[in-house]
Write a new protein. Structure first.
Length: 165
């Protein structure tokens, strides 16, 4: 579903609300604003513990936090309708994944600011943090950490799982 569609926007708002409620729940249970939190999209159900460990190791000493991501390998096209408008330079492009790891207070502030601003460009926690002027760390991940979005993704996930011990 294209990000500009009302359904995608509504889904994003619901996701922000769930994450914000989770952060509030952590605070109510004694977590501090300086504590680290990881947010993960359940549609990325092939997540492996070693990827989470790599994210934690990379972000613990970072002042902002970060996210699992994959450098873009495919040629990227900008389109107008069903026609190519331009080929986009990809050397500095990454595919964002989850989990994403930030300080609870920073993430809570970023989500609240995004909600107040009605920021349609905010599609994940990292983009909310970016909107506050921070630059999250990109932690190289695996293509196996893909988001199950399309019907064919389920067959691919099944094949990948069949190869795991």
């Amino acid at each position: 579903m294209p990000p500009s569609s009302p359904s995608a926007s509504t889904a994003s708002t619901r996701a922000w609300s769930r994450v914000a409620a989770g952060l509030d729940g952590l605070l109510e249970r004694g977590a501090a604003a300086a504590d680290w939190v990881l947010v993960h999209d359940a549609a990325r159900c092939l997540l492996r513990p070693e990827w989470v460990e790599a994210l934690i190791d990379a972000c613990l000493g970072d002042p902002v936090g970060g996210l699992l991501a994959l450098p873009l390998a495919d040629t990227l096209k900008q389109a107008r309708g069903d026609r190519v408008l331009a080929t986009v330079e990809r050397s500095d492009k990454w595919q964002a994944q989850t989990p994403q790891m930030f300080r609870l207070g920073l993430l809570r502030e970023a989500l609240a600011a995004s909600r107040r601003a009605g920021a349609p460009a905010v599609t994940d926690e990292a983009s909310a943090v970016e909107a506050l002027g921070h630059a999250p760390k990109l932690v190289p991940a695996s293509a196996e950490n893909f988001k199950l979005t399309y019907p064919g993704d389920f067959a691919l996930a099944e094949r990948l799982l069949a190869t795991r011990p």
